[in-house]
Design a protein around this ligand. Structure first.
Ligand SMILES: [Zn+2]
Length: 242
């Protein structure tokens, strides 16, 4: 994975500001892994994509993750702190192209959802319809009592989706949280794609503020300021801010 410069990361952030989270994640990975075609990145199962995003996040901001969650019972805010390694699932050496599961009398063959699939359903306003569409895209074969059928009965959709999550656990990271104030316990979904994008947004705004201060004080060009190491920029900022 390629180390991103401040100006390349800033460019990805600016380009992605009004894009969907799926496109943002792909743009980040395309910048960090220029040798892999974007179309190939888009065809990675979500868990494989998220493993790459975790590695990128670690490279950009370190291994400690800090986020805030709100308790659904007492509305108290809780700081959630963990290491990237705690949510990293060991990667299987071979990628499974097809997975088979038995649900009731049905044998269902599916593939894992990819960014390409998510892009096809991202504009669907109804969440249930989007989920159904995603499932239909990923179903390869449905066999009932030895006979191939075209449809999966709707009550079987949830168990099949649960199987998909089980096969690709990195794409569905849930954290067990206990509220310190009221003791309530629940599961929080941790989506690395939107999380790292929020972090990049905060970083970019901080960096633009630094550029603003240094450009105002010294008249330097944005490019020159961005090419400095963060440490050197900070030395000048300390002098400017006295
Ligand atoms: Zn609580």
């Amino acid at each position: 994975m390629h180390a991103l410069t401040a100006s390349s990361l800033l460019r990805v952030w600016e380009r992605g500001a009004w894009q969907s989270s799926v496109v943002q994640a792909l743009s980040l990975l395309a910048e960090a892994i220029p040798k892999t075609a974007v179309s190939d990145l888009a065809r990675l199962p979500i868990g494989r994509r998220d493993a790459l995003l975790l590695a990128l996040r670690e490279q950009l901001f370190g291994s400690r993750v800090q986020t805030v969650v709100v308790c659904p019972q007492c509305q108290d805010s809780l700081d959630l702190v963990f290491e990237v390694d705690q949510i990293r699932v060991p990667l299987k050496s071979e990628t499974q192209e097809e997975c088979v599961c038995d649900v009731d009398d049905y044998q269902v063959t599916f593939r894992l959802p990819t960014s390409e699939d998510l892009l096809m359903v991202v504009h669907e306003p109804d969440a249930a319809a989007a989920k159904q569409l995603l499932l239909e895209r990923c179903l390869l074969r449905v066999v009932h009592h030895g006979e191939a059928t075209t449809e999966l009965p709707s009550p079987l959709a949830e168990p099949v989706i649960a199987q998909m999550a089980e096969v690709d656990p990195q794409g569905d990271v849930e954290l067990a949280v206990t509220c310190a104030a009221c003791g309530y316990q629940w599961q929080v979904l941790f989506d690395i794609a939107s999380f790292v994008w929020r972090e990049i947004g905060a970083w970019a705004k901080r960096l633009l503020g630094e550029v603003h201060l240094l450009a105002s004080a010294y008249g330097w060009a944005e490019d020159d300021i961005l090419r400095m190491t963060a440490w050197r920029r900070q030395c000048y900022l300390d002098m400017v801010q006295g």
